[in-house]
Write a protein that binds this ligand. Sequence first.
Ligand code: NAD
Ligand code: IPM
Ligand code: MN
Length: 371
Amino acid sequence: SNMIKVAVVGGEGIGPEVTAQSRRILGWFATRRGVPMALREAQYGLIPYLATGKVLPEDTANAMDEADAILWGATGGPETKEVPAEARKAGGLLSLRQKYDLYANLRPIRANPALSESSPLKARILKDVDFVIIRELTSGIYFGEPRGIEKLPDGQRRGFNTEQYTTSQVRRVARSAFELARTRRGKVCSVDKANVLETSVLWREEVTALRAEEFRDVELSHMYVDNAAMQIVRDPAQFDVMVTGNIFGDILSDCAAMASGSLGMLPSASLGPVDRYGRRKALYEPVHGSAPDIAGRGIANPLGSIQSVIMMLRMTLNRPEDADLLEKAVDLALANGARTADIAEAGMRKLSTKEMGDAVLAALDRVASDV
Ligand code: NAD
Ligand code: IPM
Ligand code: MN
């Protein structure tokens, strides 16, 4: 059938709260625009653990295995303590990324002019900020062996992890970056720590070689990660596509989030390899986590998740016009002053998570009737 399978997994903390709003948006596209998708909602985390002994029960694993696209909420938080480490590790987010080989994690950062007062950066710094961090997601220090905590003869303990990258791991994510740059402003900045780390020396050499072999039309620059952190704050508009390893990308994307006004705004797409039918497994999720400090209060910003749906419409559902529609609706809602607490200026009414969902749905009705 031509139905595209979408698994919706809210997870823990604010995950289910923000995902519920994205679920409504998906419903709008299914009924109002006839986007052919089969939605399947599934549970993840403490609740299924208490019922089944697994954070990722069989039913959820099946839904995710069969899905073309997964919409993920968040995992983590105080509930974590109630699940033994072993049960949590099996079926954790990191093992899902590895299981589906989701190596290319796209984290777009746009500074919406309506939110310039919500960002700690000055409006002149935010002008024209529009870049994508591509974070390698299935290797690096997150997965390297050996790893562990050992006892030393002198009674101390020693914790250790292994940073690692192979030629093909670097090349495939660099390829994603060069290909994306070709559809944008044609610039890639590769971020590493090649002045210290061998993994980064190899990273830089492979990225440079791939460009020379296949992407001479793309402009390539290199930057050390410490400088990159500073440049993202000093002049984020200089970047088009930034490509970097797993842990650097994790840190730099939370930092870059502040150009958009809030970590709650940032969406992401994690893409696997293209299979022999031309399909590509994808997991869409906001960049933020379970936000235990505000979970359960219905005040989280759902726009990171909702904007992940924009990416899903574009990259899995193959509906660029619908993606544009949702993008316009989010812009309209923000232009009309819709604000959750994290992006509200002093004196502005603070919408609940659900009210922000309402505002985007109302804006969708508006922009859809304009076309
Ligand atoms: P976090 O992203 O959950 O929260 C950081 C800060 O940003 C908090 O003050 C939070 O209130 C705020 N924030 C985040 N999302 C928001 C939103 N949508 N609206 C308004 N404010 C928002 O990071 P943390 O507190 O370091 O981590 C909490 C837990 O989440 C940890 O267990 C961590 O491992 C996990 N985590 C999971 C994912 C994921 O599932 N992909 C991602 C990041 C962190
Ligand atoms: C993210 C998160 C995860 C990561 C955690 C929850 C393992 O911070 O998706 O950015 O570090 O990759
Ligand atoms: Mn992170």
